[in-house]
Design a protein around this ligand. Structure first.
Ligand code: C2E
Ligand code: MG
Ligand code: MG
Ligand code: MG
Length: 278
């Protein structure tokens, strides 16, 4: 009896596995098709000065519009993109599209910076710094592009990453640590990395308004540390004006932020409308 049950379990398990594998394959081939047919879209979330609330930069965030009108968020498909080799061509498309869009905005007189997310899997092959520069330079000076790498990505093969960031910076790119404070990097590593910006993870911002919040203390410590290391900060996930004001108190006039309170990520046209209003 036990044996039969055991094999029954195994059967169920392998059927399950193949079903989810099939879904993966289906998703992968749909992703390939979408890439070929240029069906991805970049949305842009404004990054604003905490004091003036002027838009000073935008973050490019990928979206996948579906035939039925639904728009898929990166969480729904980026894991598959990451696992397959697709991250390389898609990452290149993101970077070049962002650079071309930024050039158009600069031509219209909006001198913004553009933050672009880069994942660890994009950084594996050789000559990354040169190939990134080759994608961007025909459109705009790389100094306007802020490449965001998550803290955890910095932890795998630290020396190779340090070298790579240096090469990217030599090409003119600005570099930011994304989701700062959630990963496992040690503070001592900050002194070896050629980065200019820390993006304070939204889990801290989320805590700011809670009474006796340790989050507020942590944010203020991160901001002070950043200031003494000559790093810029961007607070992520600002959802209320109160949070903005608390951040402003500790960051002072050169702090930047982004979040739903100001704006979600929106299509290029909608962002242009916001810029015209400003
Ligand atoms: P991220 O780089 O940390 O981007 C910020 C995420 O937080 C975005 O989610 C944004 O919509 C969301 N967000 C912004 N403000 C708020 C807020 O006030 N409240 C809340 N709850 N959320 C807020 P999104 O667009 O779903 O992107 C998720 C992640 O996917 C990004 O996190 C980034 O790691 C990755 N991603 C997005 N686009 C790309 C891309 O083009 N390439 C790569 N490699 N990764 C990307
Ligand atoms: Mg980011
Ligand atoms: Mg982030
Ligand atoms: Mg994040």
């Amino acid at each position: 009896e036990a044996k039969r049950q055991g094999s029954g379990c195994r059967l169920l398990f392998s059927e399950d596995l193949s079903a989810s594998r099939q879904q993966r394959f289906a998703m992968e081939s749909r992703l390939r098709e979408a890439l070929e047919n240029q069906q991805f879209e970049l949305y842009y979330q404004p990054i604003f000065e905490l004091d003036s609330c002027n838009i000073v930069a935008v973050e490019a965030l990928i979206r996948w519009p579906q035939a039925n009108g639904e728009v898929l968020m990166p969480g729904a498909f980026m894991p598959v993109v990451e696992e397959t080799g697709l991250i390389k061509p898609l990452g290149d498309w993101v970077l070049e599209t962002a650079a071309r869009q930024l050039k158009a905005w600069h031509d219209q007189g909006y001198k913004l910076s553009m933050a672009v997310n880069v994942s660890l899997n994009q950084l594996h092959s050789g000559c990354i710094a040169e190939s990134f520069a080759a994608l961007v330079k025909p459109h705009i000076d790389p100094c306007w592009i802020h490449l965001e790498v998550t803290e955890n990505a910095l932890m795998t093969d630290p020396e190779a990453i340090e070298r790579l960031l240096e090469e990217l910076h030599t090409q003119g790119f600005q570099l930011a640590i994304d989701d700062f404070g959630t990963g496992y990097s040690s503070l001592s590593r900050l002194q070896h990395l050629s980065i200019q910006t820390l993006k304070i993870d939204r889990s801290f911002i989320n805590e700011l308004e809670k009474p006796n919040s340790k989050g507020a203390a942590l944010v203020s410590i991160i901001q002070q540390m950043a200031a003494s290391l000559n790093l810029h900060t961007v607070a992520e996930g600002i959802e209320t004006d109160k949070q903005r004001q608390i951040l402003l108190e500790t960051a002072g006039s050169n702090g930047w932020g982004q979040g739903f309170w100001f704006s979600r990520a929106i299509p290029a046209q909608a962002l242009e409308a916001r810029l015209r209003e400003q």
